[in-house]
Design a binder for this molecule. Structure first.
Ligand SMILES: C[S@@+](CC[C@H](N)C(=O)[O-])C[C@H]1O[C@@H](n2cnc3c(N)ncnc32)[C@H](O)[C@@H]1O
Length: 347
């Protein structure tokens, strides 16, 4: 299946979609997707993308890009920018310019009518303003001729060493509609050896790296201690458990933020931030994936990404079910089924 990837960033989602990589000793086999077009407006993210993928991403603003120039494709994918929808940032106006970028995705659906689409966003979008905004997004996608389903995923439930909750919205064009089933979790908080959540310790080579730049100053620690107790600062992570969600501003992480950090030495009150390599692993990138640009840019690209392993599971479920449907019906239109599914519905 040919794929157009919008807001492709460094390519976390794209790596998950095409597969063919290893993470923590597991193989994520190649999937039958071919990315024919990718677009992002962050030059450094595009550099990274182009280092890691065969078909180069286009550096452009999606608002100005002529949709007719996008080659034909079967799947539209896009983790539309989420800053304005974020639960971390509830004061932002959700109707600002970035919040409306999903409209561009729906315009592409309208003009290109691919068979499927996969969209992703922060979990907070689902309940924002009592769900009004999410309803608007879903209705907008559905109105382009799609049966739309969504589910909130926790990346940790799929073998990613991070508790990252994101909503995935899947659309199946009405004429090819089938009742898409989201993939079942592979890992669980209460699982046993093989299927339990993956602890942070699996991606941290050394708790005490040599480079001093990863350590917080005494002043930062004192500042944190002065902050109110109930403010949840200096969020030192338990190495036995998946990490809290990492964000796009890990470079600037302060001990007075809600970002996860590591407590290296309790007695000495020594804290540190993650290195870019650790952050990439927390997001389930294989070590071979190269990030270009400064550390600050790498942290941003990594924190913005969809965990490749989580994306792989979703993309795999879609290709298996799409293939089955194609085999059973020769890829023909299923009017009855399409009619029955002619509504946007949650799980
Ligand atoms: C949530 S990130 C997507 C990450 C990507 N899917 C991944 O897995 O690596 C959103 C991306 O949208 C891009 N973006 C924001 N506004 C844009 C615009 N107007 N046109 C194109 N890309 C935009 C950002 O640069 C960022 O890389």
């Amino acid at each position: 299946m040919k794929v157009a990837s919008m807001f492709s960033g460094c390519g976390g989602s794209d790596l998950g979609l095409v597969g063919g990589f290893h993470f923590l000793g597991k193989e994520y086999k190649k999937l039958p997707y071919e990315i024919v077009f990718a677009l992002d407006n962050d030059a450094k993210a595009v550099d990274t993308y182009n280092r890691n993928f065969d078909v180069p991403a286009t550096l452009a603003d999606i608002e100005d890009f002529d949709i007719k120039k996008i080659p034909d494709f079967d799947v539209l994918m896009g983790g539309f920018p989420c800053q304005s929808f974020s639960t971390v940032n509830p004061t932002k106006n959700p109707f600002d310019k970035r919040g409306k970028l999903y409209k561009r995705m729906s315009k592409i659906l309208d003009e290109k009518k691919p068979k499927y689409f996969i969209a992703e966003n922060v979990k907070g979008l689902v309940m924002l303003q009592g769900g009004k905004i999410f309803d608007e997004v879903i209705k907008d996608f559905a109105a382009q001729g799609y049966v739309v389903k969504y589910k909130v995923f926790n990346a940790a439930d799929y073998g990613v060493p991070q508790k990252r909750e994101r909503v995935f919205i899947i659309g199946i064009r009405k004429d090819v509609a089938f009742n898409f089933q989201f993939p079942e979790p592979t890992n669980s908080q209460f699982g046993t050896d093989n299927n339990k959540w993956i602890g942070l310790k699996n991606v941290i080579d050394s708790l005490k790296p040599k480079d001093p730049k990863y350590y917080f100053s005494k002043k930062a620690v004192e500042g944190m201690k002065k902050a109110k107790k109930n403010m949840k600062r200096g969020l030192a992570q338990d190495l036995e458990n998946p990490c809290l969600t990492i964000t796009s501003h890990l470079a600037k992480v302060s001990l007075n933020s809600r970002d996860p950090v590591l407590l290296v030495d309790k007695k000495k009150e020594l804290y540190r931030r993650f290195s870019p390599l650790e952050a990439a692993r927390i997001q389930s990138f294989p070590d071979q994936f190269e990030f270009l640009g400064s550390d600050a840019s790498a942290y941003k690209q990594i924190g913005n990404a969809i965990p490749p392993v989580l994306m792989w599971h979703i993309a795999n479920a879609l290709q298996i079910q799409a293939k089955k449907e194609n085999k059973a019906y020769g890829g023909h239109i299923l009017p009855k089924k399409a009619k029955r599914n002619n509504v946007a519905y949650p799980l």
